[in-house]
Design a protein around this ligand. Sequence first.
Ligand code: PRT
Ligand code: MG
Length: 214
Amino acid sequence: MITLALSKGRIFDETLPLLQAAGIEVLDDPEKTRKLILATNQPDVRVVLVRATDVPTYVQYGGADLGITGLDTLIEHGNEGLYQPLDLRIAKCRVSVAVREGYDYAAAVRQGARLRVATKYVAIARDFFAAKGVHVDLIKLYGSMELAPLTGLADAIVDLVSTGNTLKANQLVEVERIMDISSRLVVNQAALKLKREPMRQIIDAFGKALEATA
Ligand code: PRT
Ligand code: MG
């Protein structure tokens, strides 16, 4: 049995065409079923639905053989025990610094002010500001980072941006682009050895599907 860990929502939706190209069809709609383990048309392939941030953990410890996860999540989790063969070029976005409209970020940085930065992406933020030589106090949040600058919790946020509509709707502006993000296929290294043939088949099929859309 091959187990693929996916999160509901954009990653699941954007993975479907790749699965289809690999001849794999998921038999349930994750938005309609309460099941957490979904069968596919291939008797030896199943999908487990996990929280996006839990995908690397499932794959690292062998709860799943493969998984699909955003580079943001992967960096925060760390690469340990994970082989990362493919950039799937799906669920694209960027990690950026944003502040309240009218907040003079450039001046604050120039003056060497100590910035309060709220984020779910503590590792990415820490490395980014350290490389710039900007002193920051990081405040870890688990959701709705956009609220932090509006309530005075923080001077800035580090968050994912896609269209920019969420920032705009909350009177925030993007002031720095930290990195581009897409989703990656991650593979449990032991599973790759033990189930070499079926794992190779899936990885190669994903690779071919990507080449076809390149
Ligand atoms: O939502 P939940 O708390 O369950 O988990 P999650 O947010 O970790 O998962 P999910 O499914 O929302 O995101 C999974 C992955 O999709 C992320 O790890 C990213 O790699 C990728 N991705 C791509 C995004 C976005 N685009 C995105 N726009 N993830 C989140 N967003 C959010 C962003 O955080 C912000 O709140 O959408 C908002 C901004 O969107 P725009 O279009 O208004 O700029
Ligand atoms: Mg989300």
